[in-house]
Design a protein around this ligand. Structure first.
Ligand code: ATP
Ligand code: MG
Ligand code: MG
Ligand code: MG
Length: 442
């Protein structure tokens, strides 16, 4: 009978029919001389294919190797209980052919990329590593997470924009700027699209973007990349309390959307069996109380002293605290001197800003957000405090001249969100080709 060409994700709905499936040999097992089990992979799923009798005796069958591309014809059957195969189905082949044969077991791919492989080899060979079950599952979930973020913002009436990546202004400290030669002028790779998003508020209203941000991070940590996917949003006519509510909404609604897609839900629990969606409301902790928490729990600086009010809380103590508390935290009201020039001050305490970091267990900071200064003079003071030349910021400053208003927003690191959701050890596993100091290939 004629065979219809299908993708593996449709295997079950084609049960009992004769089909044609093409893909890569993911795993291969021979049983006696008359039976071969092939787990075929086509990017939409995995399907067990059985070659029997004559089909096993050809030269191609005898020399078949993993990662070869093949096409298999046959009928898909449900397996009786007790036999195991992906989704409990298998294809009993009546014909098959090789499209391209990959090198056999003597090849570097199969030998080097095992569980004990050196991590640097895994990054060097990432183009092959992404064929693996874990790496490809992370990429699948990532795609769905980005769609969920977009769907959330769409449902709230936000407009998505695409700000430039080549810029002449900085958003966070100058030490992480990647500088480049822009037709003879100095320019940078963007650290954040925030300033551009703010300019969109009077144009399209509430606004967001998912864009790459670039930071020259000169130390190796589990949560810093040189290039990362940054989800940023800005909203006008809101208060700091509104901002926190909207952030909580975004995070919880995105998780709901991701988990309500059954194939993605499966992947999430496969990678992170103990995953529990966070409970609302998130815990709120003021920076000054976090400083006290660190003292009370004997979390100290490297030199043995305690963190004092006015000091930045670096990654290590921040993570220690978050892991102990073991739930998402809104860490609020940081002192102005540890935050950027554009953050507005609290009305009841001018030492601190209307700022928030969202901390998640296992990763620490996932989001940084704040209300932005709406007053022109205050902004000019901010530039001065940070030693920034206001000239190239004229367009940003102009927002305070032409109809200024209370507004705020945040930036969320998509790889960090994924590392938390999927319980990955490092965010380098949560993007396609990680960029970090010492690696810019593949
Ligand atoms: P950190 O304190 O970890 O260095 P940050 O405070 O410098 O982060 P922000 O400027 O607040 O980061 O950027 C907003 C978000 O972007 C962060 O909360 C984080 O999720 C993400 N992010 C920042 N830097 C990186 C990086 N180098 N790699 C991946 N994600 C990052
Ligand atoms: Mg940083
Ligand atoms: Mg930070
Ligand atoms: Mg931050």
């Amino acid at each position: 009978s004629p065979a219809s060409k299908i993708k593996i994700r449709n295997a079950i709905t084609n049960r009992g029919k004769r089909v044609k499936v093409s893909g890569w040999v993911h795993r291969l097992r021979t049983q006696g001389k008359d039976m071969k089990f092939i787990i075929l992979r086509d990017g939409t799923g995995y399907l067990q294919c059985i070659l029997t009798g004559q089909l096993c005796h050809t030269y191609d069958a005898l020399t078949l190797s993993v990662e070869s591309t093949i096409t298999v014809y046959g009928v898909i059957n449900e397996l009786p209980d007790g036999k195991k195969a992906p989704d409990n189905h298998e294809l009993l082949a009546d014909y098959w052919e090789v499209n391209h044969k990959a090198p056999g077991a003597e090849d570097a791919f199969t030998n080097k990329l095992n569980a004990e492989a050196d991590p640097s080899v895994l990054y060097e060979q990432r183009h092959l590593v992404i064929r693996g079950e874990i790496a490809s599952a992370v990429l699948k979930v990532r795609s769905r997470v980005m769609k969920a973020f977009r769907d959330h913002f769409d449902s709230k009436g936000f407009t998505e924009v695409t700000p430039p990546c080549l810029v002449q202004t900085q958003v966070e400290g100058g030490s992480t700027l990647f500088e480049l030669n822009y037709y003879g002028e100095k320019a940078y790779l963007t650290q954040s699209s925030q300033l551009y998003l703010e300019t969109c508020l009077p144009s399209v209203g509430d606004v967001y973007c998912i864009s790459e941000s670039y930071r020259a991070e000169k130390s190796h940590t589990r949560r810093h990349l040189s290039e990362y996917s940054h989800l940023e949003a800005e909203m006008a006519f809101i208060s700091f309390e509104d901002l926190l509510d909207k952030l909580e909404d975004l995070i919880c609604d995105t998780i709901d959307r991701v988990l309500s897609h059954e194939p993605t839900r499966k992947l999430v629990y496969q990678l992170h069996p103990d995953f529990k969606p966070p409970e609302r409301p998130f815990m709120r902790l003021d920076y000054k109380d976090a400083i006290q928490y660190l003292k009370d729990h004997d979390i100290k600086k490297e030199d043995g002293g305690f963190y004092e009010f006015g000091e930045d809380i670096p990654e290590a103590p921040e993570r220690a605290m978050t892991d102990q508390i073991n739930r998402p935290i809104f860490l609020c009201r940081f002192p102005a001197e540890v935050k950027s020039f554009y953050m507005s001050r609290c009305k009841d305490d001018r030492r601190v800003t209307e700022s928030v970091d969202v901390l998640f267990p296992g990763v620490g900071e996932i989001v940084g957000g704040s209300m932005r200064i709406s007053d022109m003079n205050e902004l000019l003071e901010g530039y001065k405090r940070e030693g920034i030349d206001p000239a190239p910021y004229y367009w940003y400053t102009d927002q305070r001249k032409y109809g200024t208003t209370e507004h705020g927003g945040f930036g969320l690191g998509i790889e960090r969100f994924l590392a938390w959701l999927l319980h990955r050890d490092t965010i380098k596993e949560c993007c396609l080709y990680p960029r970090f100091m010492g690696r810019c290939l593949p």
